[in-house]
Structure formats: C-alpha cells, structure tokens
Design a protein around this ligand. Structure first.
Ligand code: 2PG
Length: 259
C-alpha cells in the first residue's frame, strides 16, 4: 500500500476505512473474533486522533457503517463525535464483524503458539484457507444464543471462519451496500476489524493469497480509497505521519509474542 499526503479530500467517490482502536483483548494479546470486548482508554484516544487527522484534512462523510461489536461501534461513535457528524446515517452489520476465531477466542496468542506450534497459529491468523478449530454446537458462545444474531440464518452463524469465508460476507456487504452509495457520489466511512479490512483490501487491490501473510492493518489509521466511475480503485493510501504509521504496523506485527 502506498502512502501519500491527503490532497484529495474532496474526491467524488471515496471510502475511508479505519480499524477500531485498541481493545482490552488486543492489549492482553488474546484471540477476540466475535467476542464483544470494549476499547481501552488508549483505543478511545486512537479513534479520536484518527478523526482529528480526517478533520484536519477536510474529510466529510455521507454514510457510516460498522460491525455489531462494541469496539468498532464505539470507535465509530468517537470518530463521528470528533468530526461533528454524529447525526450521520449509520448501519451496523454482522457482515462487518471480525473473523470468527472459533475455539481460539479468549486464548493468549503466544500461549496458543506454544501449544499448537508457531506455523499452525500463523496459518490460522495470517493464512487464507485455514479455519481455526470451531466452537462446539453447545458452546455458550454459539452466535445463535446471542440476541443480536437471532435473525441471522443458522447457516450464516459461524462456529469458526477462515479468511476466505470472511471475505465472502465482506464482499457481499461491499457490493450490496457500499458500491451503490459510492456510485451516487457519497463519501463512506467504514470502521471495522483487522481481518475484515485485510479481506476487503485483498479484494479491492486484487492481492494474491500469498500476499496476505504480509498484510497488517494498524489500529486507528485511516486508509483512504478513491474510485473511478467504474468503482475501480484509482488511489489508496494511509493518512498520517509515515514514521508513526510504520511504528504502528511494527507493533501489530509484534503481537503474537506477548504473554
Ligand atoms: O483476535 C482477533 O480478533 C484479531 C484482531 O485482533 O487477531 P489477529 O490480528 O491475530 O487476526
């Protein structure tokens, strides 16, 4: 992904993607997935700082979307508040939820690597086809037991997801909700999760599966996409200070080793 200064805040068809700020389980280095974990104070500040950067460069939005998980919802609300756009129409969708990490949710990533081996854990975390071990059908964390997923068809309630499966639902959302709005010239803000953003970037940039192992998404850094009339990406860049972004990416790469 290239990095350029934001000189085109008024581009006609634009999507800005922000990964939610640090969550309690990001801090503790635990697999999170569909577990609904709150932001840390640092995570709240990251969301506010992302909004300040957008504001400073003149970004405004017509529509915002996020997942059904509070770390993303609260990040969006903090962003909109700081942008002075809390009135914006917004939509929450399970399709923008983090990848379901199955039976790994709650486990420390470094401890899991000791138990299953580093290679296996990296295949689950950064590979494309490997799905983590699923939840058992009677697990109290089964999505069917959670009120927010009650209207979701049983076949769509995951017990674990590979990145490929995550990509499918994310692309459905992209095609059904975001593309029509971009075609109308709307500016869309999407606040979501690491693996949702990796899946969407793979799709938009036409990345090969192999390239995914090196694709890391820092928390709270706006990723800007500008599109042509056919909604093909014309430009994409991180917004912010290059060194700061490099440090944040390095911090994400280091996750996995902290107990
Ligand atoms: O635990 C998770 O839900 C995700 C994001 O924090 O982890 P990873 O980056 O390892 O895919």
């Amino acid at each position: 992904m290239i990095m350029t200064p934001a000189t085109t805040a008024t581009a006609e068809k634009r999507l800005v993607i922000v990964r939610h700020g640090e969550s309690l389980w990001n801090r503790e280095n635990r697999f999170t997935g569909w577990t609904d974990v709150k932001l840390t104070e640092r995570g709240r500040i990251e969301a506010i700082e992302a909004a300040r950067l957008l504001k400073q460069h003149g970004y405004r939005f017509d529509f915002a979307c996020t997942s059904l998980l509070v770390r993303a919802v609260h990040s969006l609300w903090l962003l909109l508040d700081e942008l002075g756009q809390s009135w914006l129409p917004e939509e929450k969708s399970w399709r923008l939820n983090e990848r379901h990490y199955g039976a790994l949710e709650g486990l420390n990533k470094a401890v899991t690597a000791e138990r299953y081996g580093h290679e296996q854990v990296m295949a689950w975390r950064r590979g494309y086809r490997a799905a983590p071990p699923p939840l058992l059908p009677d697990d109290p964390r089964h999505p069917g037991r959670d009120a927010r997923y009650r209207r979701l068809a049983v076949a769509s309630q995951p017990l674990s997801e590979s990145l490929a499966a995550t990509e499918q639902r994310v692309i459905n959302y992209w095609r059904e909700v975001i593309v029509p709005r971009l075609r109308r010239g709307e500016h869309v803000l999407l606040v979501s999760h690491s693996n949702v953003i990796r899946a969407l970037v793979k799709h938009l940039d036409g990345l090969e599966e192999d390239a995914l192992t090196a694709l890391y998404i820092p928390t709270g850094v706006p990723i800007v996409y500008e599109f042509d009339d056919k909604i093909a990406p014309r430009q994409r860049y991180f917004l912010g200070d290059e060194q700061d972004i490099a440090n944040r990416i390095a911090a994400v790469i280091r996750t996995g080793s902290k107990k």
